[in-house]
Design a protein around this ligand. Sequence first.
Ligand code: NOJ
Length: 740
Amino acid sequence: MKRAILLSLCALLIVLSLGCQHGSRSIKRLDPAIEAQIDSLLARMTLEEKAGQMSQKSRLGEDGSGDIETEIREGRIGSFLNLQDVKARNKLQRIAVEESRLGIPLIFGLDVIHGQRTVFPVPLGEAASWDLDLMEKTAAVSAREARAMGIDWTFSPMVDIARDPRWGRIVEGAGEDPYLGSLIARAKVRGYQGRDLAAPDTIAACLKHYAVYGASQAGRDYHTTEVPMRIVRDVYLPPFQAGVEEGAATLMSGFNDLNGIPTSGHSFLLTDVLRGQWGFDGFVVSDWRSVKQMIPHGFAEDQAHAAALGASAGVDMEMVSRTYLDHLPDLVRRRVVLRQVLDTAVRRILHVKYRLGLFDNPYVNENLQEAVLLAPAHRDLARQAVRESLVLLKNQNNLLPLSRDLKSVALIGPLAQARRDLIGTWAPAAEDGDVVTLLDGLKKALGETCRVHYAKGCQTEGDSTDGFAEALEAAGRSELIILAVGESESHNGEAHSRTELGLPGPQLQLVREIHKIGKPVVMVLFAGRPLTINWEMEHIPAILLAWHPGIEGGNGIADVLLGDYNPAGKITVTFPRSVGQIPIYYNEKNTGRPIREEDRFTSKYIDSPNTPLLPFGYGLSYTTFEYGNLKVETPNVEIPGTVKVSADITNTGGRAGHEVVQLYVRDLVGSVTRPVKELKGFERIYLEPGQTKTVRFEIPTDALRFWDINMEFNVEPGDFHIWIGPHSAEGLQGHFRLTN
Ligand code: NOJ
């Protein structure tokens, strides 16, 4: 009985704190007493112990020569990753705190990317909600659950801008836009870290992968990146800077070489920009063996050289490989690496350990998990996140939402009953049994009066069509068909780049066969990236993009299919018509020969339109919205100043719903060429049928800065176009002028 009361009290506290924890940004500054303790520790540490603090070991024991417990005791490990067993964690922590010479606690990291036990939609899906408050809340829940499992630190958010959907890791980020990506980076940092990093339900965030990893050539993971510094600054760095400003405690250096310099040995990025220009005061961890990988990059001769390059460039902690541990002490003795490099790195690491409260409370309560993991409020939030992340790509003749009068529905496809594929990549604590499948969710939502005929049809891989007959039979017996097709969990994510972006395996063939029957078909598309779904967009009357929605996937999708929730998601990455169009992104340059159909010698293809299949920002609703009455209140603005503009949005359909109103600008002439459009504002509004809202934006001229001809970050006077609209390819257009 007592236990039940305790559990419900815990649940209540969770619900209450969900509501009030957000909206903060500051992290406690360390007081002089703590700084003095760090000074005293540094004064007593040997070079080996310093290198130990700078070394992170994986639970899996990679690259480890020694016995883990002995290594901790001897101060040769500062951190672990991938250890999720809270008891084992406390045991190792006890050795560090009670049996090592200086008693410095370990810090435990994990890839908590889109939830811990409660798994939310993959980041690219969640970004489609454009709901920053939601994204902060899901991060806060992830933090609470992770902390209960003994995790102090997540390797998230991934804030890499990606313009190439072949790259499997596009699923882990917020898409292609630096402005939206920056706001999402901030929301995630706030969510994970809360007001106080030492609180028992917050964890340290890690901005990754610094930098420009998302521009891997040809979309091939870990490949070279060659990007002009101006584009690096304008497009790829803003989300990192935003995350730093929001107080992120750590940052991860990348695998890639950028313009010839591996990013884990890039002192300009890691020291001049990150520390010098942005004032980052947390610590930098390398990616998995990325310091050592400077050898195959052809940048370091051997491990000692790699250690010297990594540490001197500003990588404070080395993940998994042991070049620091094995070589830094000697490199300092030989004066190849400055002693101060180690002292600074260790100070930064100890800072974060203090901020997390690890010196005062090194152990995690081993009995928290039952009340915290999968708490009802967490599952509710997960369902909400699914609903908001779904994007209605097509809805011919308002086929959706489904009629409640249906007596029979066929649910066909390899993802209809899938569990792991709904979870998606990077969910180390996820359990398949927690997943509500689409079949389960749909059956529950449709109730007793409607029969659901399920058939798998085919796999997501291979070419077997053996299951088609059963699928066609199920379709034949039903009034309407729902297809559950797309990418499986292993079609995207790290080391899962693709050169073809159609439905994998025999799925398109299955879709075509079902379509031939001539009955109404709804396609629920699971994916972690844009897919080239041209045939499907042309022939299938209704398509709902569901991403990898997480454990509440089945419920959230059913909510939308049945109209209990009106979808409002909008894609944050451009969907190409073909792989040949890649890279394709909305904020491209105009060129000197912008496309003109009648002129062959303009920038275009002979076998494809320039336009994408679906533009950035696109997504439909069960209702319709009309944009009108654009007012540029400030046609002339002196720099510095504020551009003020508004438009009226009316719900002209029959259902209430949300609309993500987007604002874009174009700087018509610059000292360097400027993008044809740039997102500079958005608002997610809710409108009842017939209701009109005036949405007003105020854009400070500072938000129009870019890296100019002199590589200075400036706003330039001149003429601008401005649009308010439903996505990047449509909107009401106005004009303003900036003067000095
Ligand atoms: C390699 C990945 O690139 C990175 O994102 C991740 O955080 C680390 N492995 C740790 O798992």
